[in-house]
Design a protein around this ligand. Structure first.
Ligand code: HGY
Ligand code: MN
Ligand code: MN
Length: 440
């Protein structure tokens, strides 16, 4: 891919960094992060702020039936936009860049075009999708999944959260159940800027990740029911202890991932496994638990290996539950196969980054992203920038300002390069090279 650059055009880094701070100040938590769980009052406040910025920029703002918000700027021609975006909902212990960077950099890209009088061939759009995190309402990427037709909006509106709230009622309560229909119109291309949330770029001293795809995700909720009893008087052989089974499953999830990675090619497909939520009832020091509720998050870039991990877990749960005399019900909270992004977009990201003088690495994403849903309906790619110590889903999440700005400039030039490409056919011919004169 030989992407021409729109010479001299750069985003306004101070404006971007200021907006990141302004958004981070909504739902602030100790350590400098934010808590804006999907469809809470904090999420509403964050949404209101970004929508205000979109409208101040003169964008045509639409809100759809699951609360996805898209701001569009007209191009020379009508038709589907070149789109960017991400999410502004956070986990409970969120950092200030996860999702927010992609939305605010997209806004910055459009403001840069506007302020420099650059008119694109196609419309450009920036959006934020509802409930990307899935931490309150599973699955993750809920809004973008509905946007691309992966789940009926009626089903999504009925989803109950971990706190008993219902998606549709919460959308009504915060005033973001929009009128635009789902599925939404497919963009002509989608590219998302995101912090890596892992250690690779920093460890290798590389500034830009040209993301090749997203690993598969499997979320399962286990509800384990046994017999509550006295912690002191109940002989060990008479117990039916959900707390013990939950702990054994959590240990097995770790052992399973370590064993699979040891058996695989060095540095090959990496299996990961996490027990992120574990609740005992009645959760008291001197009571053998009546029940345990837990989640298991398994991921792998290889679908066959991910299925192998799921089957191994299911066998272990069944054996352990039978031996302990407890019952287990399983509920799938999310299940997405690995996704490979479109080479044309991936190579454009890499080429643009090199032309801007940055080091680049092709790499898969360990985290889920809205882009993995948009990849179902249009040529899609992602831009990564480094995360300090690889930390994310943690208030200590940090990316150096220079890297944030570099990522946004790569996003700007990638969107301009994609604007000039004919993406529908197999052959890629340029619709027009960008130079100062011809675009004003
Ligand atoms: O779970 C994920 O990977 C994403 O942060 N929603
Ligand atoms: Mn994210
Ligand atoms: Mn996240």
């Amino acid at each position: 891919m030989n992407a021409e650059l729109h010479h001299g055009l750069r985003i306004d880094g101070d404006r971007l960094l200021r907006r990141i701070e302004d958004l981070a100040a909504i739902g602030p938590i100790d350590g400098g992060g934010s808590c804006r769980l999907a469809l809470t009052d904090e999420d509403r406040a964050g949404r209101d702020l970004v929508v205000t910025w979109m409208r101040d920029l003169g964008l045509d703002v639409t809100i759809d039936a699951i609360g996805n918000v898209i701001g569009m700027r007209a191009g020379r021609t009508d038709g589907p936009p070149t789109m960017t975006g991400s999410h502004i909902d956070t986990v409970r212990t969120g950092g200030r860049y996860d999702g927010n960077l992609g939305v605010l950099a997209g806004l910055e890209v459009i403001e840069t075009l506007e302020r420099n009088g650059v008119q694109t061939e196609h419309p450009v759009a920036v959006g934020f999708f509802t409930d990307e995190e899935g931490a309150r309402f599973p699955p993750d990427m809920l809004g973008s999944l509905v946007y691309v037709g992966g789940m009926a909006v009626e089903e999504a509106l009925d989803i109950e959260g971990i706190d008993g709230a219902i998606v549709g009622a919460e959308l009504d309560r915060i005033g973001y159940r929009g009128t635009s229909p789902c599925p939404g119109p497919s963009p002509r291309a989608f590219v998302e800027l995101h912090v890596e949330q892992g250690p690779v770029l920093e460890a290798e001293g590389i500034t830009i990740g040209a993301v090749t795809g997203v690993q598969g995700i499997s979320w399962t909720e286990l509800t384990i029911t046994g017999q509550s009893n006295h912690a002191g008087t109940t002989p060990m052989e008479l117990r039916h202890d959900p707390g013990y089974v939950a702990a054994a499953v959590a240990a097995h999830v770790r052992d399973l991932a370590v064993r699979m990675n040891a058996a695989g090619p060095e540095g090959g497909d990496r299996q990961v496994g996490t027990v992120g939520r574990l609740e005992l009832e009645p959760n008291l020091v001197n009571v053998v638990a009546a029940s345990a509720s837990m989640t298991v998050d398994l991921r792998n870039t290889d679908e066959a290996l991910l299925q192998e991990a799921e089957a191994d877990l299911a066998r272990f749960v069944a054996q352990t539950a039978a031996a302990e005399g407890v019952t287990v019900t399983e509920r799938t909270l999310a299940r997405f196969e690995p996704v490979t992004f479109d080479d044309r977009v991936v190579d454009t990201v890499a080429d643009v980054a090199r032309r801007l003088g940055h080091t680049v690495k092709h790499m898969p994403s360990g985290a889920g992203h809205d882009a993995q849903m948009l990849a179902r309906v249009c040529p899609t790619g992602m831009v990564f920038v480094p995360s300090r110590d690889g930390v994310s889903h943690n208030p200590a999440e940090h990316t150096d300002p220079a890297d944030l700005v570099a990522g946004a400039d790569v996003l700007l030039q990638t969107m301009l390069a994609l604007d000039g490409l004919s993406l529908d056919g197999a052959t890629l011919q340029r619709a027009g090279l960008y130079s100062e004169e011809s675009d004003r």
